[in-house]
Design a protein around this ligand. Structure first.
Ligand SMILES: Nc1ncnc2c1ncn2[C@@H]1O[C@H](COP(=O)(O)OP(=O)(O)OP(=O)(O)O)[C@@H](O)[C@H]1O
Ligand SMILES: [Mg+2]
Length: 260
C-alpha cells in the first residue's frame, strides 16, 4: 500500500508544487516508486513533468468518475503522474451537488494503491473541494510555508482546517506530518524570525516542525524550467542536499509516528 501524502496550504506561492515535485525527485532518486497527483487547475506540476492535458484522461476525468485512476496515469521521463486539468475549475460547481464529493480522490486512489510506495498530491492555494479531497485521501499532510509577514496566520488556518476535516470525516487517522519552511533565506531577518517562531507555534498548535528547512536555491526554478529532476540537474546543489535530508526526516516521522 502506498503512503499518500498531501501537500497543503491555503496560501498561494508557499512552494506546494515545488515541494511535491522535489520530494518526488528525492524519492525516485532513492528508487522508490512514486505517483504524483496534480489536483490543481493551474497544472504546474503537470507542466514540469511535460505531461499531456488535452485528449488524455486527467484528474478531472478521475474525479468526475469517467475513468479509473490507473487509466489516467501517464508515464513521463520524470516519473508517473495523473495530470491536472484546467477543467477542474468548471467541475467544482458540478461536484458541489454530490454527497460524497470530498471522498472522490480517496476512493479513486484505491485503484493504484498497490502500484506505488508513495503517492504525492499537489493541491491548489485554497481550502476548497480539491484540497479537502487531497486531505481525506492522505495518510499524512505536509504544510509548506514561506517566510513572510502573514505566514503564521495562514499556517494557523491551514492546520485548523486539516484538524476539522479529520474530525468531520470518517478518516480519523490522517496525520499532520509537519510544517516545512520551504524557502529559507538565512541572510534575511524575516527568514530568521519565521524559522525561530515556528517551534513555539508548533507547540501551541500541536504540530511537528521539520528540522530541515529548504534553503533558497536557484536550482529549483531552473530544474522546473528545464523539466528536470533537481538531482539530475545538480546532485550537489543545496536543493538536492536539503530535499534528500528532508526525505530522511520525513521517512522517520512516517515510520515512528511522531506528533500529528
Ligand atoms: N527553495 C526554493 N528556492 C528558490 N525558489 C524556490 C524554492 N522553492 C520554490 N521556489 C520557486 O518559488 C516559486 C513558487 O513556488 P511554487 O509554484 O511551488 O508555489 P505554490 O505554492 O505551488 O504556488 P501556487 O499557490 O500558485 O500553487 C516557483 O517559481 C518555484 O520555482
Ligand atoms: Mg502550485
Amino acid at each position: 500500500m502506498a503512503v499518500k501524502i498531501g501537500i497543503v496550504a491555503n496560501k498561494g506561492g508557499t512552494n506546494k508544487s515545488s515541494v511535491a515535485l522535489c520530494l518526488a525527485d528525492a524519492m525516485i532518486h532513492c528508487n522508490y516508486k512514486v505517483l504524483l497527483v496534480d489536483a490543481d487547475q493551474q497544472c504546474n506540476a503537470t507542466s514540469v513533468y511535460d505531461a499531456e492535458i488535452d485528449g488524455v484522461n486527467t484528474m478531472a476525468d478521475v474525479l468526475a468518475g469517467e475513468c479509473s485512476a490507473k487509466d489516467a496515469v501517464q508515464h513521463t521521463e520524470m516519473g508517473d503522474i495523473i495530470a491536472g486539468d484546467f477543467e477542474l475549475a468548471g467541475l467544482e460547481t458540478r461536484l458541489n451537488n454530490e454527497i460524497n464529493r470530498y471522498e472522490l480522490l480517496s476512493d479513486a486512489l484505491k485503484d493504484v494503491d498497490k502500484d506505488y510506495d508513495f503517492i504525492i498530491i499537489d493541491t491548489p492555494p485554497a481550502l476548497g473541494v480539491y484540497t479537502l479531497n487531497a486531505i481525506i485521501a492522505s495518510d499524512g499532510v505536509i504544510v509548506p510555508i514561506k517566510a513572510d509577514k502573514f505566514a503564521v496566520d495562514g499556517l494557523r488556518r491551514t492546520i485548523e482546517t486539516i484538524k476539522s476535516v479529520k474530525d468531520k470525516s470518517h478518516k480519523k487517522n490522517i496525520r499532520i506530518y509537519g510544517v516545512l519552511l520551504s524557502s529559507y533565506d538565512v541572510r534575511t531577518n524575516l527568514g530568521k524570525s519565521t524559522w525561530e517562531s515556528l517551534p513555539k507555534v508548533g507547540k501551541q498548535m500541536g504540530f511537528h516542525v521539520f528540522s530541515t528547512p529548504i534553503r533558497v536555491c536557484q536550482q529549483i526554478p531552473d530544474a522546473q524550467a528545464a523539466q528536470m529532476s533537481i538531482f539530475e540537474m545538480d546532485p550537489t546543489s543545496n536543493a538536492s542536499k536539503d530535499y534528500a535530508q528532508f526525505l530522511r526526516e520525513l521517512l522517520g516521522v512516517i515510520k515512528h509516528g511522531k506528533k500529528g
